[in-house]
Write a protein that binds this ligand. Sequence first.
Ligand code: BG6
Ligand code: MG
Length: 218
Amino acid sequence: MIKACLFDMDGVIVDTAKFHFKAWQRLADSLSIPFTEEQNEELKGVSRVESLEKILAWGQIQLNNAKKIELMDLKNKWYLDYSAEVNAADMLDGVPEFLQELRENNIRIGLGSSSKNALMILEKLGILHFFDTIIDGNKIHMSKPHPEVFLRGATELKLEPSEIVVFEDALSGVEAAKAGGFHCIGIGDAQVLAAADAVVPSMEGMSIERMVSLVSND
Ligand code: BG6
Ligand code: MG
């Protein structure tokens, strides 16, 4: 019996994943580190500090902590610039209707995001009121693929992972959900997200009936 859904935010609820990519790319360029879209897949779902560490490792660059903080602040400033105009129209297709259907059917809704900007983005989208719990990058110690973010969501909802479906666009997020014992629907490329119980190309047309049928065999 599915009693709740936990949503990743960037790339599932709203198309902000492209702004993270753009900002990291700008930072990598400024350090003359080559950075591809394939490498960016490895950053999805990963915290700001771990993303920077990965980029620096790819470029074989070693920096002191003060410089790393400076670079993270710069990346976040660019990300905030790019996402300044985000509004309800930027929600991914199918998301508002699905949130509404979940609400009307008393299926609880939570956020499980690595982003420290999650609250601000949800506010801009005008959908904060849908969420029974919000676990974001400010509340967790371990980045996905560690399951902490989703396990904390389950604890706050007072539910078992087996009663919850996680929606994720990142491999690290799918791995986190499965490591925590959750059902997981991947949003995006079926090859990249093969570890999910089922993968759909987007949230378009998502419904409770579809969700239940997608996770019913795992
Ligand atoms: C995740 C994104 O949701 O949040 C990552 O997929 C991002 O790309 C991470 O790095 C941390 O985000 P923020 O907003 O705290 O820098
Ligand atoms: Mg994501």
